[in-house]
Design a protein around this ligand. Sequence first.
Ligand code: GP9
Ligand code: MN
Length: 622
Amino acid sequence: MRKLNWPKHSILVIAIIATWLTTYIGYISSFNMKIDNMIQEFILFLNPLSFLLFIYGIALFIKSMKRRKIYILSISVITSIIMFSNAVFYRFFNDFITLPVLFQTSNFGDLSSSVFANIHVWDIFFFTDVLLIALAMKFIPYNEQPSNQRKIGNKLYFVVAATVLMVNLGLSEAQRPQLLTRSFDRELLVKNIGAYNYHIYDLFIQSKTHAQRALADGSELSEVANYVNANYAEPNPDMFGVAEGKNVIMISLESLQNFVINNEMNGHVITPFLNELTKDPDTFYFNNFYHQTGLGKTSDSEFILENSLYGRNGGAVFFTNSGNTYNSLSEKLGENGYYTTVMHANNRSFWNRDIMYQALKVDKFYDVDSYEIGEGQAVNWGMKDIPYFEQSIELMKEMPQPFSTRMITLTNHHPFDLDEEDMMIPAYNSNSKTLNQYFQTVRYMDESIKVFFEDLKKSGLYDNSIIIMYGDHYGISENHNKAMGMYLDKEITPLDTVELQKVPMYIHIPGYGKGKVTDELTGQMDLRPTILHLLGIDTKEDMQMGSDVFSPDHEPFVIFRDGRFVTKDHIYTQEVCYDIKTREMDDSGACEPYNERATTELDYSDMIINGDLLRFTEEDKE
Ligand code: GP9
Ligand code: MN
């Protein structure tokens, strides 16, 4: 055979290309990732490259040729194993591997046997790169002559690698803003930053959590418990148990803010059904109710409802602390004979729900696979709310009773796109397309709730259920203040911005007859104790930070995740205390005691979560 003169570093280049292509072909053949456009397709193709350039690039620093070859080959084996294990895992769980699942295997039943059942012969494909690299090593001489140019070459190499990473991140950020800070979905992460970078990211998040947990011990719990006990509000005897034994339907109203209720837009009623409901004798409507979510958005609202604890400051607690022990609303309902469920027609891994719901002891998660999305039944983020509600009722009929279900709506989500046939009112006419369309999707959501109530009555489940509905978080951010100001006919101040965080909350008890509109100041943290008390379930021993809104001792005080707060008379924002009535600054020190309490409460909540302190109460129980 004629001896070819292979260029320097041929083996390295072959290794990078072989693993890159194997990974990419692996992506498209073994994972069912939704790609919406050409840019996303390109990102998917590009995303393994930056990691591979870096990791294989380390070989350039290894002087011995033999070791260098061993290193390159080992990397190809490791990357192949990573892709192979993810593919097998995906067949079973429709999700990518995250570290907590490796430690939580008991939750998955007999994982090992299902793993074997999910290995296919053609999975050998994931090792194609290893084979190619081994062949290359056999036939191509890797003879690098030492030269002065080497250092410059190495530098240039890593500049290229960094550039590829930047281009990759730039494109991803444009497609999915806040991807890394919010880390909302494993599939999105893999699609954008690639499987390998995702695992590094996951390792980083999980080890941070792990370290904080390791440092905690049970002694901190008693300090928190003292605070919680001191703030416990006895249930109102008139309300305790009014809905005992009934099914509980909790509806998360996506991005619904309170300003649309009982309001019009250019002469069009925005929420006719929800407006009627405010006057309904079976309904309590809370018009002074705040969301308390942070970066975790919907998932934070779920977390707050389940635990009456705050989400985390710098990320989504659904991702960072899904391995914790909780004493969730679902767990508590389960202990009281309820079949507990969540219904949401989205990808199960979104917000890490599939993993977090196990920690929250939700019996069953009806995700997108439980629904049939027919032609024209999806828009924007996925299944439209009306068919979603219709199909959910059918699923509910099959549930053992009493059941609890948390229903998470989706259509009224940024960017508030809607099909023409679902637009029941025209768009608004401000400079913000987001706000303009918002009114239309809110109107659609209102219709979907009306349909839900009607169908629930037809199903026969209505009389034996209570329905709690609440907005999960804001829909219109401060970026749209100008348009919002035009709609509300005033300039939006920081004080208004706080008040715009009000979301509607309804408690509907069929046959109750004594409902009313109430302006009691309350927030999502109060939902858990309120609901449990309505069902006649005691919460005195629970580590929760909110209090029953019907209790005579309920304190009107709402703390935001970022430290802003609202009291009966004051709002504290941007480190300024405002008088709500006069709308002026109040420097009499009226906010100070509350400020201290707000900091303490947020700190205690963080302590519980970061230290996984509730695991110590579990130990007590045993
Ligand atoms: C997705 C839905 C929306 O499943 O809950 O999440 P959000 O972006 O509102 O947090
Ligand atoms: Mn949401």
